[in-house]
Design a protein around this ligand. Structure first.
Ligand SMILES: Nc1ncnc2c1ncn2[C@@H]1O[C@H](COP(=O)(O)OP(=O)(O)OP(=O)(O)O)[C@@H](O)[C@H]1O
Ligand SMILES: [Mg+2]
Length: 389
């Protein structure tokens, strides 16, 4: 059950706050964490939220626990649309689509969604698996600081393993049916922000279905909410031609190219130039930029980034198979290697996330009765857990 307090304790949205920002302190004192009022938590349905993980142009993501019967608890990430989007029926539909796709697909490389809830004020929220890892966007930034790492065959194997997993996850989504009728889901927003590498060496594809809402919002507001997205959109999608799952194959090809070379493929300062580059710019084979890239990877890139959709991989599974063949030939890369590589690139990531998880556990541990003075401040007989009364 939700309460009025749910709405009153939400902090104002704060753009560009992110637990992964470089100024985030390590080691962590829980009271120094970005987030809700330090030491307090927020009830939202069956969830108790403790920290704000990130807040951007569309939503805020929190870390908390979901509670069931008999003391059952699970760490979760909870995504709430920004207030102005809660009333956008398109966005809310997309959130529902995402919940339905993610729960139907049941694939280890697709982020799990546990619930789509509605807060007391009618705003929706998504309860998701908490990912102990990093979006590939953070990985790319870290790669820029360690360029020597990008040159190694080990790096090429590991990013191939990551993209092979993303391909398999996407293939499972593309294959979804509803009573034997193909659902023909196309992600359309496969950017490094929505692909995660986890510290246990696994990967997750996230954020299905929000693209339609994003495009509509851009039309309505004139804001460039697509910023950074165009560079991963397929030529047919940008050209307003019919598109299908092969558009997602293109996006995975762009992400692979960028992880192999440590460079941006199409991104230009001006969006119009990025647009033109996706449609027409030559696509260098990775080996022409990094001498030691295996020719098999060049061939995979050629096929994933064929502008003619009939010459492209017809399924993400086909692309994954070629990546697996390359991996089998080159010595492979398993989950432990991927995890070690991630920790090498982003040494502060796991300590930060572990500290957040520990702090969440501490904040949500069985409660003491608060001093009367504190209880009196809180309506409905509920109280916030204050670490330092
Ligand atoms: N399930 C999750 N577990 C852990 N962290 C998450 C989870 N979902 C999102 N995050 C964190 O929240 C950040 C923002 O995610 P969000 O999906 O709102 O925006 P984005 O991916 O950066 O952009 P986009 O609007 O394109 O999806 C992520 O970069 C990540 O740090
Ligand atoms: Mg996202």
């Amino acid at each position: 059950m939700s309460s009025a307090r749910e709405q009153t304790r939400l902090p104002p949205p704060n753009s560009r706050r992110n637990v992964h920002s470089p100024d985030f302190p390590v080691p962590l004192d829980p009271s120094a964490l970005i987030g809700l009022v330090p030491g307090q938590t927020l009830r939202l349905g069956s969830c108790e939220l403790c920290f704000e993980l990130a807040s951007g142009g569309m939503a805020t993501v929190y870390l908390g626990v979901h509670r069931g019967a008999q003391g059952f608890e699970k760490l979760v990430a909870v995504k709430r649309p920004l207030p102005r989007l809660c009333a956008d029926p398109d966005y809310v539909d997309m959130l529902a689509d995402e919940a339905s796709v993610s729960s139907d697909v049941n694939h280890p490389c697709v982020r799990n969604v546990f619930d789509l809830g509605v807060a007391a004020d009618g705003s929706p929220y998504l309860v998701m698996e908490f990912l102990v890892g990093e979006p590939l966007s953070s990985v790319s930034h870290a790669m820029a600081e360690q360029p020597e790492l990008v040159q190694t065959a080990r790096h090429h194997r590991i990013v191939s393993r990551i993209i092979a997993g993303c391909c398999q996850g996407m293939h499972a989504v593309h294959e979804l049916t509803d009573r034997s009728v193909p659902r023909e889901v196309v992600h359309r927003d496969l950017t490094p922000h929505n692909l995660f590498a986890l510290h246990d060496g696994t990967v997750r594809v996230t954020d299905f279905g929000i693209m339609r809402a994003r495009v509509r919002r851009q039309r309505e507001t004139g804001q460039t909410v697509l910023k950074g997205k165009v560079a991963y959109m397929s030529p047919e999608y940008l050209g307003c031609k019919p598109y299908d799952r092969r558009s997602d194959v293109w996006a995975l090809g762009v992400v692979l190219w960028e992880l192999l070379t440590g460079r941006r493929l199409f991104r230009m300062k001006r969006e119009a130039d990025t647009f033109a580059a996706v449609l027409n710019a030559p696509i260098p084979r990775p080996s022409t930029l990094c001498g030691n890239v295996d020719h098999r990877l060049d061939n995979i890139i050629d096929k994933a980034l064929a502008r003619n959709v009939d010459q492209r991989y017809q399924t993400a599974h086909d692309m994954a198979q070629d990546l697996e063949a390359y991996l089998a030939h080159s010595g492979g890369a398993g989950a432990p290697e991927v995890g070690a590589w991630l920790r090498q690139l982003l040494p502060s990531s796991l300590p930060k996330l572990t500290a957040l998880v520990d702090a969440t556990r501490e904040l949500t541990a069985p409660r003491r009765e608060p001093p009367t003075s504190v209880a009196a401040l809180v309506p409905n007989g509920r109280y916030a857990y204050l670490r330092r009364e």
